[in-house]
Design a protein around this ligand. Structure first.
Ligand code: ARG
Length: 252
């Protein structure tokens, strides 16, 4: 009788330790990606499934699967991403984010996985055809984006009024109702808005460097090397090209 109780106790403890261990493991094997899902085709909310989809999401799924992690995605304003990651709210950021010197102070970045150009987007009848035409105009950019910096560079030589909004669709809306004369948006993202709003057009801002996208990690994170390894595999084995075609190529 006594012996049996003792055995039962032992079995219970083994069970408890086992369950705890499994939980710990499960936690370790999940990564949280932070993004700003206002940026198709990189990331946007699929209103049918209520899931975030896009180029970045597909890359993240491929890499995390390859490394044996489960993936969870959290949506927030672009401007909050790095702070949120460093506050422990996520493990990495994919949001079409361009590494620049300021950001590199607060995050480590993977290699670049895609490069886009900056466009000045405006209504076809605005009469704005060159950067110089922006003189005395109101220009919208996403808060905390590289494009905000591009606008500031333009403002050094041409008098423009810069307006910021947290989400790209808000900027498009302000332009459509005539509160903004123009906006600075990446070409690949602008393309989708041209399709939905035929009254919009755009031209390249040649004065500034292109916007490369990279994955951001907490400073010193081991994930940077792991992700880079798979990212470069994707470049070599054609997976990345496939995703480029899926999300950016073959319009219509
Ligand atoms: N590439 C630009 C940047 O890093 C814009 C990215 C905006 N991304 C987004 N998901 N809204 O500033």
């Amino acid at each position: 009788m006594k012996a049996k109780k003792w055995l039962l106790g032992l079995m219970m403890s083994i069970l408890i330790v086992g369950v705890l261990g499994a939980c710990g493991n499960g936690d370790d094997k999940k990564l949280v990606m932070l993004t700003s899902a206002d940026y198709p085709p990189y990331e946007s909310m699929d209103t049918n499934t209520n899931e975030i989809v896009g180029f970045d999401v597909d890359i993240a799924k491929y890499i995390t699967k390859e490394l044996g992690y489960e993936l969870e995605i959290k949506d927030m304003d672009f401007n909050s991403l790095i702070t949120a990651m460093n506050a422990g709210k996520g493990d990495f950021i994919m949001a079409g984010m361009t590494p620049d010197e300021d950001r590199k102070k607060n995050a480590d970045f993977s290699d670049i996985y895609f490069t886009a150009k900056h466009l000045i987007v405006t209504k076809k009848d605005s009469g704005i055809e060159t950067t110089e035409d922006l003189k005395d105009k109101t220009v919208g950019v996403q808060t905390g984006s590289i494009q905000e910096g591009v606008a500031e560079t333009v403002a050094e030589t041409i008098d423009i009024k810069i307006e910021t909004r947290n989400r790209i669709p808000e900027i498009i809306q302000e332009m459509l109702v005539g509160r903004f004369d123009a906006a600075i948006i990446e070409d690949t993202v602008a393309a989708g808005h041209f399709k939905n709003n035929p009254e919009l057009t755009g031209f390249e801002v040649k004065e500034v460097s292109e916007a490369g996208s990279a994955i951001a990690f907490e400073k010193g994170s081991d994930l940077t090397v792991e992700f880079n390894r798979v990212l470069n595999e994707m470049k070599d084995n054609g997976e990345l090209d496939k995703l480029v075609v899926k999300w950016f190529g073959g319009e219509e």
